[in-house]
Design a protein around this ligand. Structure first.
Ligand code: AMP
Length: 192
């Protein structure tokens, strides 16, 4: 199954993604994790991404697209994958659609994890990641409003969007996700 997972920072998307990839046995393509790893490894992409990561601004589309496409070439993505943190903008979504269509393996579902904003801030300040300064958190909210919300409309128009209530225990949220996925078919053929 090929899934895009949308959700504000702090929505629980990371936790639910991990459960979901174990449940479906598909790779987890978290662009944030990929960039942080590139930074740790000191690759050219990592060096380029560093200043965006610390400020909470988005890495340029062409950079992120190269990173994702390279990852999609790996064999483990043939049975599907979960996109987490990508696409973040409509141009990224359009580029992903074009790429997947040219490989005859379109997206099957887009999950949107919804949590009220006051609860989001509470959760973010609690997790204490290096880039969770209140400045970076607010910048990420701002970017989400401006760039990512239009994705919800974009995928809604394609009939792919399923909105999930992200409040409650992780198990309650995961049960809602499984229920939402029950009506989605298998991944279908991939001709590389
Ligand atoms: P995340 O772990 O998803 O919160 O991402 C952390 C940071 O990585 C973001 O604040 C961006 O600087 C960068 N990033 C991750 N995914 C993307 C993306 N799809 N497009 C642009 N920048 C991204």
């Amino acid at each position: 199954m090929r899934i895009v997972f949308l959700g504000q920072p702090g929505s629980g998307k990371g936790t639910q993604s991990e459960r979901l990839v174990r449940y479906l046995n598909i790779p987890h393509l978290s662009t944030g994790d990929m960039l942080r790893q590139a930074q740790t490894d000191g690759t050219p992409v990592g060096e380029l991404a560093a200043k965006y990561l610390t400020s909470g601004r988005l890495v340029p589309d062409n950079v992120i697209l190269d990173v994702v496409k390279e990852r999609l070439e790996h064999d483990d993505c043939r049975r599907g994958c979960l996109f987490d943190g990508f696409p973040r903008t409509v141009p990224q979504a359009k580029a992903l659609d074009a790429y997947l269509q040219s490989h005859d393996c379109p997206l099957q579902v887009v999950l949107q994890l919804h949590v009220p904003e006051d609860l989001l801030v509470q959760r973010l300040l609690g997790r204490g990641r290096d880039d969770d300064t209140s400045e970076a958190i607010h910048e990420r909210f701002r970017q989400y409003e401006a760039l990512t919300k239009p994705l919800v409309d974009y995928y809604g128009r394609q009939g792919l969007l399923k909105r999930i209530d992200g409040t409650g225990t992780p198990k309650e949220v995961f049960d809602r996700i499984k229920e939402a996925l029950a009506s989605v078919g298998p991944a279908g053929p991939i001709s590389a």
